[in-house]
Design a protein around this ligand. Structure first.
Ligand SMILES: [Ca+2]
Ligand SMILES: [Ca+2]
Length: 227
């Protein structure tokens, strides 16, 4: 029996299914725990920025699935800047403001939920979703999107599902039940130079225009790196 357990522990990947635990994040900047489920990344104030990095590294050779809700505030015309999901070998936050905390971060993969139009980054006028590599927030360099979505700054929770399938090498981003961005690529080799161990974090910023911006954790399924 002991041999069997040992064999199982060697051959079965260690998957963690984590329920809402805001305590498992390292907070930076203006980020604060709101309640058992939600972290407020920025208050509705000018030039704020906050980050929440999940404390455990994930292994990109195995599947992962994140189910969270985003709240992007209530200021539509006067709202900014949005929320970014970042994958990076360390828990380091990039340039804030219009960069939403992941601009300039190398190597990285970022998924943006952008609520403010920056003309010089080729942002569309609508709120939009895009995937960028190495913190290149200009949309000429986006590897998916920018894909316009209905107004996100309505104060409501928007259900977000991010899924990585390492067999088909496909990253899928669904927002409010619809696919809004995707990337089919060998992310480990092409983005992270063969390093499959990365951290993920969520970052947000405001500028002259503002919004409170929250993330609420629903379900995380992933293989912890190092097993
Ligand atoms: Ca923007
Ligand atoms: Ca909007």
């Amino acid at each position: 029996m002991r041999v069997l357990v040992l064999l199982l522990s060697v051959f079965l990947p260690v998957f963690l299914i984590a329920q809402a635990s805001v305590e498992d994040f390292t907070l930076g900047g203006t980020a604060r725990i709101l309640n058992d489920e939600c972290i407020r990344l920025t208050p509705d104030a000018q030039y704020a920025s906050g980050s929440a990095w999940y404390e455990k590294a994930i292994d990109l050779t195995r599947p992962f699935e994140l189910t969270v809700c985003l709240v992007l505030g209530e200021n539509d015309d006067l709202g900014a800047d949005g929320i970014g999901f970042v994958f990076h070998p360390t828990r380091q936050t990039g340039y804030r403001g219009e960069g939403m905390g992941f601009a300039g971060l190398v190597p990285s993969l970022g998924i943006e939920f952008d609520t403010y139009q920056n003309y010089h980054l080729a942002d569309p006028s609508q709120d939009h979703v895009a995937i960028s590599i190495n913190g290149q927030t200009h949309h000429y360099a986006s590897v998916s999107g920018p894909n316009p979505v209905p107004n996100l700054e309505d104060g409501n929770k928007h259900l977000l599902w991010i899924n990585w399938d390492p067999i088909y090498q496909k990253l899928t981003v669904q927002l409010d039940g619809k696919e809004r961005a995707s990337l089919e690529a060998d992310i480990v080799d092409k983005v992270f130079q063969g390093n499959a161990t990365v951290y993920w974090g969520v970052t947000a910023a405001t500028g002259r225009k503002t919004n409170y911006q929250d993330i609420c954790i629903k379900k995380l399924v992933f293989a912890e790196a190092g097993y």
